[in-house]
Write a protein that binds this ligand. Structure first.
Ligand SMILES: [Zn+2]
Length: 209
């Protein structure tokens, strides 16, 4: 089974992707994590770093250069893909590599997104994301795994979130349409609690299995 997980940053994709990966034994390909870990790696047209820092969408050609090798390797098995594709060009490239069984679309409104994202803290050491309300660390401000101090990402400020959401939605629209036409798009109301969203996801995935 091959799943793509779609939705704006802050929709809870990372948390749900981890759960899906564990329960259904799918390899988890985390586009955002891969880009952040390699943000200073040079490509012909620059590094991902400056885009991540400004909170703007990393351009297609950079994302593609970083992610495609991971997808090609993973395509021999089953996977859950988070953060890719998010443009029609990326959809087409993905189709060339492998067929997708389900596109799960986590829909969230902007007000909810801002509340969520501004409560987000990360451990730069382990690349784990925490949240004041939704996924608090055991000890405030400290990573559960390695004990490092948690920090906030620059691109998690409200002004940047609004801009990012706008750009994101524009780019994602044709992707949604494409999967809708192929009848593999499943919309999920992700304004609700993680537990509720997880329940819906399992119902959908269990039917496909
Ligand atoms: Zn850590």
């Amino acid at each position: 089974m091959k799943i793509v997980l779609l939705g704006p940053p802050g929709a809870g994709k990372g948390t749900q992707a981890e759960k899906i990966s564990r329960k259904y034994k799918l390899q988890y390909i985390d586009t955002g994590g891969i880009l952040r870990k390699n943000e200073n790696t040079k490509t012909k047209k620059g590094t991902p770093h400056k885009y991540i820092k400004k909170g703007i969408l990393v351009p297609d050609y950079i994302v593609i250069e970083f992610i495609l090798p991971f997808i090609k390797r993973a395509a021999k098995q089953n996977f859950i893909l988070d953060g890719f594709p998010r443009s029609l060009k990326q959809v087409k490239l993905l189709e060339k590599i492998t067929a997708i069984d389900i596109a799960l679309y986590l829909e969230v409104n902007q007000k909810e997104l801002i509340e969520r994202i501004s409560g987000r803290w990360i451990c730069r050491n382990c690349d784990i994301t925490y949240h004041i309300k939704l996924k608090p660390p055991k000890k405030e401000g400290i990573c559960d795994v390695c004990g490092e101090k948690l920090t906030q990402r620059e691109d998690d400020r409200p002004k940047i979130i609004r801009k990012r959401t706008r750009v994101f939605n524009k780019s994602l629209k044709p992707v949604i349409k494409y999967y809708e036409k192929r009848s593999i798009l499943k919309r999920i109301d992700a304004n609700r609690e993680l537990k509720e969203v997880w329940k819906d996801i399992q119902e959908i995935v269990n039917k496909i299995k």
